[in-house]
Every structure is written in C-alpha cells, then in structure tokens.
Design a protein around this ligand. Structure first.
Ligand code: CA
Length: 414
C-alpha cells in the first residue's frame, strides 16, 4: 500500500448532537466547510457547499484558471444555498464557512470565507494562511484587543462573512501561493483550531506520520481536550510528483450522508437532550457559530458592547479587590484581638511586670504592652528564676499571670 498524500477526517465531537462540518480530499481539491444555522440547516449548508465545490476537482492549465474556477464554485454554492432556503423556509439563516485548496503543479490556489483555517507547515514553521472573518479578528486587526483576548472573547463565534442566504455577492478571499516538496497543508474547522493550541497542531504535523495518521492524531487530540464542537481536518502533503491526490476521493462529515431536510419537524428538538443530559457541559460550551451580517452600524454596536463588557469586567475586578483587602484587614484585626486576650510575665527595668498580648512582634509592630507593674525586683529572685522571668512566662489569663507573680513574690520571701 502506498502512503496516502492527503486525507480528510471529521468527527461530531463530544457535545454536539449532529455534525455540521463537511470535508473533502480528492485529486487536486481539498476543502473544509463548517455549517451553521442553529438547530436546523448547518449540516445542510456545509453539505450543499462541499457537493457543489467538489465539482471543480479537475486538472487546470494555470493557477489563474483554477482560482477563477474555485471562486466561481463558491459563488455558485452561495446561490444554491439561497435557492434552497427559498424552497425550504425552515432553513432560513443557514450558512457555511469554506476554506479550499486547489493544487496546480507547484501552486496552491486558495478560496476562503469564514473562520475555518488553512495552515502551511514548512521547514518546521506553522503559518496560518487565511484570516478569520470574525468579529474578534476585526477587533484584533484594529488593535482593540490582543490575539490572546480574542481566543476567550465571549463573541468569538460571531462571523462577519459566510456563504448563505444573506448576501448575493459574498466577499471571498482568494490567493495563489507557491508550494514545494516537503510542504504539508492543513485545512481545519474551528472545532480544531479553537481548542488545540498551535504548538500542539504543529507537533502533530511534525510527528513523521503520514497524512491519514496525522488527521487521526489531530482529531484524537481534540477529543482528548473535550471536543465541544464538530472537528474536521484535511491534510495535504506535497512531494516532488506534483500530485497530492487521494484515490478514491474522500468526503467526510454531513456531506458524506444523504441530504435530508424536508418536513423534519423533529429537528428543532435535536439539541434538547444534550442540554438535559449535560447541563454543565452545554453551559460551558461557547455558543454555536453564527453569522451576523456586516454593516457599519452593527459593527459599531458590537464594539460599543465590547467596551461595556470590558468596563463591567474592570468593575468586577475592583469589587473583588476591595473584598480581598477587606478580608485581609478583618483577619488582621481578629488576629490582633486574639493576641490581646493573652498575658505573660516578664521583666522591665529590673521589675517583674505582667504584659498583655504576645511576645512576638510583627516587623516594627509590638503585639504586647505592659498591663501591670509589680513591686517584685528581678534581682531579689533566685538565679534560676531570674533567667525564667527574663525569658518570659506564658499565662493562660490575667488571673493566672497574677498567680505566677504571687509565686515569684513567695520565692523572694524565702
Ligand atoms: Ca464549528
């Protein structure tokens, strides 16, 4: 058996009830699509897109031709989605990301929309080739938040651009990038890139496994991390043959099953059992990816909301700080109170005295004070008792301290 040069794998994950991702690896074409549309439509959207786009899996004479064909197929898929929604109103609002590679010799043609990603692993460096069309990426690009903040931002699943029934002329990113023997390309849905750190992804790509084993390892690692979302990966290896194909072509995820979406009233309840079975898990999962059309007013509103959220977070921090400081002060006060219930006997200026508090000091703070001065002179005490008094004698209470002084006084008399 020959080593597979490319592979595709998709998994529903551990929380979701259905797989809304689709993927494809064939002769020249490699694609991932991540569908969305709440309880209905996401799986349909990615399946429709992949089935339409995979028709472009052919040999092209130039990268420019391939780029044109690929971009046209995404626009055709967009049109198909709009038509499907027109005929099946229950699918309104469905959409899908698409990230595709079409190889022509030593060039990779790229078409991309949404937040699935294409990475290139070359010379042990991992580079993200596509940009996420998300609200948080907008915030990062404009310097409002850092990439680290974006990764945990509550609105990180809001997409600004997808294929769907909203925009007749969606803005699709395209590019032509040279590729060379040794390159390994990865296409994945956010179910991988949002939950597996890039150094883990890089390690999996660098592990010396073939394309098929690499997709398995990546999916397994995501499952080990809880896989809250559907996860789809396509790995494409480039060697000096000019060919990255897998024979026969592989379709994975919802596009691999027959399309069924007519009169399915039951769809609406699909997510309920998950919520009932794992309320905590569901609560801790990010909301489903969803598309919110891009307009200046809407963006301004999101940014204003982000600013309010940051302010709320600052206030929360401030309250937490005040509470912590308050607790510390209260603790110190209680500790001080405790020391003031204690007495001990010692000496001052050659006289036996009763101290209130404890012998220890807290830095410059003395935790005791003279409570009673007695008329017993330390010099009058027997030698060994003098030493004991200088070392101080603990008392259980004030009366106990007085009893100790009484005994010292008796020792003088003898
Ligand atoms: Ca996803």
């Amino acid at each position: 058996m020959t080593t597979p040069k490319s592979a595709a794998l998709s998994n529903v994950g551990k929380i979701r009830s259905n797989n809304q991702d689709s993927g494809y690896a064939g002769q020249q074409l490699f694609v991932v699509a991540d569908g969305m549309g709440g309880h209905a439509g996401g799986d349909v959207a990615s399946a429709i897109a992949i089935r339409r786009i995979r028709e472009t899996d052919k040999q092209y004479t130039s990268p420019g031709d391939a780029e044109f064909a690929l971009q046209s197929s995404l626009i055709a898929a967009n049109q198909l989605l709009a038509e499907t929604v027109f005929e099946h109103q229950e699918l309104t609002g469905m959409g899908t990301t698409v990230s595709a590679l079409l190889r022509v010799g030593d060039s990779m043609t790229i078409a991309h929309i949404g937040d699935s990603r294409i990475y290139l692993w070359r010379d042990d460096e991992l580079s993200q080739i596509t940009a996420d069309h998300t609200f948080v990426q907008r915030l990062v690009d404009s310097g409002r938040i850092t990439a680290e903040e974006a990764a945990v931002h509550p609105r990180r699943s809001v997409l600004m651009r997808v294929l769907g029934d909203v925009d007749a002329a969606p803005e699709i990113d395209t590019a032509i990038i040279g590729t060379q023997p040794g390159d390994r390309w990865l296409i994945c849905s956010d179910g991988l890139s949002s939950y597996l750190a890039e150094d883990r992804i890089k390690k999996a790509l660098a592990a010396g496994l073939d394309a098929d084993q690499t997709t398995r390892r990546l999916v397994k690692e995501t499952l080990d991390h809880g896989a809250p979302d559907n996860v789809t990966v396509v790995v494409v290896d480039v060697d000096d043959t000019g060919d990255s194909s897998v024979e026969p072509p592989v379709t994975v995820g919802s596009a691999s099953a027959p399309l069924t979406f007519e009169g399915e009233a039951g769809r609406k309840s699909l997510r309920l059992p998950t919520i009932l079975l794992h309320p905590l898990k569901v609560a801790s999962t990010p909301e489903d990816s969803h598309f919110e059309p891009e307009s200046d007013e809407y963006l301004a509103e999101l940014i204003a909301e982000d600013r309010r959220r940051r302010r709320r977070r600052r206030v929360t921090w401030l309250v937490a700080l005040v509470v912590a400081v308050g607790a510390l002060v209260a603790g110190l006060f209680l500790a001080y109170q405790w020391t003031q219930d204690h007495y001990y006997v010692g000496e001052r200026n050659g006289t036996v005295v009763i101290y209130k508090g404890v012998q220890q000091t807290l830095g410059p703070i003395t935790l005791s004070e003279v409570h009673e001065v007695t008329d017993v002179r330390v010099d009058d005490l027997p030698n060994y008792t003098q030493q004991t008094v200088e070392d101080t004698i603990n008392a259980d209470s004030l009366s106990d301290a007085r009893a100790i002084v009484e005994r010292l006084s008796d020792a003088v008399a003898r």
